[in-house]
Write a protein that binds this ligand. Structure first.
Ligand SMILES: *Cc1c(COP(=O)(O)O)cnc(C)c1O
Length: 424
């Protein structure tokens, strides 16, 4: 008897319901509090609420805070939470458990890492990044240069030239692994190796890749990394962020924010600062326990999933979306930007349109929630985040049908869709 395998379904053309039925990640959707009335395509900006996070927060509030009171710093593991959640996160980024801690925001962690990297190699004065990098990354480099006043300079070169521009004066190369607007993806191994070849160090901002694809910081021999808790990790609005420092740099690391929680003996209340051993010194003040509890639920959920499957489904969903938008919306002036189908890229799709802001508002009014970003030298873009834990192939088809309808009917021209919101 011979068995013939069913032909694999083509994720671009196959029937969406069949793809959903064959999806190994499908059971994750019910772990999130998501209404069927919306299609959520903004999990790259604010992940939705895991059901477990609502329960966990309620119990942290009632039992740990309400009943345990201050005892909970010890009895409920509050004081270890930044290192405990960091060790879990380490598994998502190819780091050792003692190389990651959760503290503060991505911006604040960038501040710490930039200063640490410049202090480590004071004779080198150049910090290399790319124009159009996420603003906070560039602003924090600028502010470090201003406050240090030691003649450092920021050099911005297009991504293809980064490796070639690294030289003996380069202290730090600071790049965002996946570009927030275009979804372009750096080759982490190659860029890190090029920087190391001339003695420079590299910091990767993982905000748009953490939880969306397998990452291996130690295989790339990355020096530093930061990453966001409230995007693909579903850690809740303003969730604290991760910071990674390779073990080889930890004992000499000078943080510009040596607060008491990062002290070697916080409860000795000594007058003089002495850094805690290892990654713990990147903590500054008292950790935000409620936010850490929510983040831990998001991280635990992500650890249940196989990131290789997540990346494969991300590719299938986004290529389906890209192909269908190109086929049905191109005549209305919509254009998919960033790496084309078949090329490596991050887990969101950006579609440029001369009235992208209003079109997105009209989509949101219909329950298709993405967001809008300005483009420096071109029309604005609609961003659609692809999050495989809860998005279905049928969602992609419904979303594209809505985009096509909004564009074809011109409903986006209604005045109410033209008004810019404070947060978009
Ligand atoms: C989202 C994001 C941040 C966020 O920084 P916050 O301090 O949380 O505001 C930083 N960098 C990049 C590249 C991001 O995408």
């Amino acid at each position: 008897m011979t068995h013939s395998m069913p032909a694999p379904l083509d994720p671009i053309t196959a029937d969406a319901a069949a793809l959903d039925a064959a999806d190994p990640l499908a059971p994750f959707r019910e772990r999130f509090d998501l209404s069927d009335d919306i299609i959520y395509l903004d999990g790259n900006s604010l992940g939705p609420l895991p059901k477990g996070a609502a329960d966990r927060i309620a119990s942290v509030v009632r039992e740990e805070w309400g009943e345990g009171l201050i005892r909970s710093w010890n009895t409920a593991g509050w004081i270890e939470a930044p290192l405990r959640v960091g060790a879990k996160l380490a598994r998502l980024v190819g780091a050792a458990p003692h190389e990651v801690v959760v503290a503060d925001s991505t911006s604040v962690n960038l501040h710490k890492v930039i200063h640490a990297a410049l202090a480590a190699q004071p004779e080198r004065k150049t910090i290399l990044s790319e124009p159009g990098n996420f603003p906070t990354d560039l602003y924090l480099i600028e502010s470090a240069i201003r406050t240090l006043g030691k003649g450092h300079r920021l050099v911005l070169v297009p991504r293809e030239q980064i490796a070639a521009r690294c030289d003996a004066d380069t202290a730090l190369v600071l790049l965002t692994h996946v570009h927030y607007r275009t979804a372009e993806l750096y080759d982490m191994v190659a860029v890190t190796a090029a920087a190391h070849a001339v003695g420079a160090r590299v910091c990767w901002d993982l905000s748009h890749s953490l939880g969306a694809m397998p990452i291996d910081l130690n295989a790339a021999r990355a020096d530093y990394a930061v990453g966001c808790g409230y995007k693909f990790l579903n850690g809740g609005p303003g969730a604290p962020a991760m910071v990674f420092v390779a073990e080889r740099h930890q004992e000499t690391l000078e943080t510009p924010m040596g607060g008491w929680i990062g002290h070697a003996r916080p409860f000795a209340f000594e007058d003089a600062y002495a850094p805690a051993p290892g990654i713990a010194r990147l903590q500054c003040g008292t950790p935000p326990i409620l936010s850490l509890a929510a983040l831990e639920v998001g991280v635990d959920l992500m650890l249940e999933a196989d990131l290789t499957q997540v990346a494969a489904k991300s590719r299938a969903l986004r290529e389906r979306l890209m192909a269908r938008v190109a086929a049905t919306c191109g005549t209305y002036g919509a254009e998919v930007i960033g790496p084309p189908i078949g090329q490596p890229r991050g887990s969101h799709v950006s579609v440029a349109h001369p009235s992208a802001y209003a079109v997105m508002q009209a989509l949101i009014a219909r329950g298709v929630i993405g967001d809008y970003r300005v483009q420096p030298d071109g029309p604005g873009v609609m961003r659609f985040g692809i999050t495989p834990l809860y998005l279905r192939f049928t969602d992609v088809d419904r979303a594209v049908a809505s985009i096509e309808e909004v564009l074809r009917t011109g409903v986006w021209q209604a005045p109410r869709f033209q008004v810019r919101q404070a947060v978009t």
